[in-house]
Design a protein around this ligand. Structure first.
Ligand code: C2E
Ligand code: MG
Ligand code: MG
Ligand code: MG
Length: 285
């Protein structure tokens, strides 16, 4: 949008957008520096399995360790990153960090190859020609069991080219990589698209979990999502679980895996290591 200019060379966006555009450029150049200086790091949020009553996975979540402003969450910069090609280099760094962490946890005996660490993949990163190679390279470099890595994509990924999407997913799945659909229910993909996608797991978006079970609409949507996952033989995990009440409701409806503040906030690598070393007695019912 920044480059859209009239014939006279004058930008035709409004004054307010101009501010936004120049701000965007400033953020972009800061992000470029962040990538080259290695200021991006991953936090990890535990995922709880009800049947085993144990932490059996984690989601990696991007953080920017800013030299002056401290730790910054992705809400402040992920859009700018994803809308520029910077996401490609950042995405490779993220994959490498995640795979290195899996290798380290296995080496330390803190996890078994049943453990899965998920990485969020942006549509632009997924669509890039080198995506499949980038993933396989990170796995090979750190010599981890492929099944330990799971990729979170959103429904929006299929809008461009469903066949290309399916091909890439099948290729990675043939190596053992798992796929989850993140924020399920908030996108616009039809169920016939979903049926074609070779995914393993749906993540119930936290917006439906937040007010459940009191909000009857949310409760119904959750029931519907669980019914879809069941009939398509997909795994299921609920995001944003903060209370025992939400957990009880979700479990009664048939959900067995949970992620949210009730089980742990996103934490740094050393905190996740101690959590795995000394798992608390969750004693949830
Ligand atoms: P997401 O993948 O849906 O991640 C879940 C978000 O919900 C995380 O926010 C997490 O901290 C937050 N969350 C988890 N449990 C709870 C809870 O119980 N209550 C509440 N209120 N919130 C909870 P975060 O870390 O700020 O990430 C926001 C989004 O940024 C992510 O949403 C994802 O779309 C994106 N993102 C994060 N890391 C990456 C990354 O490495 N690459 C890409 N492309 N996107 C990323
Ligand atoms: Mg996610
Ligand atoms: Mg999500
Ligand atoms: Mg999200």
């Amino acid at each position: 949008r920044v480059k859209e200019r009239g014939r006279d060379g004058i930008a035709f966006f409004e004054q307010s957008m101009q501010v936004a555009a120049s701000e965007r450029l400033a953020i972009e150049s800061e992000l470029r520096r962040a990538i080259s200086k290695g200021q991006f790091c991953l936090y990890y949020q535990p995922q709880f399995d009800y049947r085993s009553q144990r932490i059996e996975g984690a989601e990696s979540l991007l953080r920017w360790q800013h030299p002056e402003r401290g730790l910054i969450g992705p809400g402040a910069f992920i859009d700018v990153l994803e809308q520029s090609t910077l996401i490609l280099e950042a995405g490779r760094q993220i994959l490498h960090q995640a795979c290195a962490f899996i290798a380290e946890l296995l080496e330390a005996g803190l996890i078994t190859p049943q453990f899965s660490l998920s990485v969020n993949i942006s549509p632009r990163q997924f669509r890039h020609a080198s995506f499949v190679d980038d993933v396989l390279e990170a796995i090979a470099l750190h010599d981890i069991p492929t099944r330990c890595l799971s990729l979170e994509i959103t429904e929006g990924i299929v809008i461009e080219n469903i066949n290309d999407t399916i091909d890439k997913m099948n290729l990675l799945r043939s190596h053992g990589v798992h796929f989850a659909i993140d924020d399920f229910g908030t996108g616009y993909s039809s169920l016939s698209y979903l049926k074609q996608l070779p995914v393993d797991l749906l993540k119930i978006d936290q917006s439906f979990v937040r007010d459940c079970p009191h909000n009857p609409n949310d409760a119904e949507i959750i029931r519907a999502i669980i019914a879809i996952a069941t009939s398509l033989h997909l795994g299921l995990i609920a995001e944003g679980v903060e209370t025992q009440e939400q957990l009880t409701f979700l479990h009664q409806q048939g959900c067995e895996q949970f992620q949210g503040y009730l089980f742990g906030r996103p934490m740094d690598a050393s905190q996740l290591r101690s959590l795995l070393q000394n798992p608390p007695d969750y004693a949830v019912t």
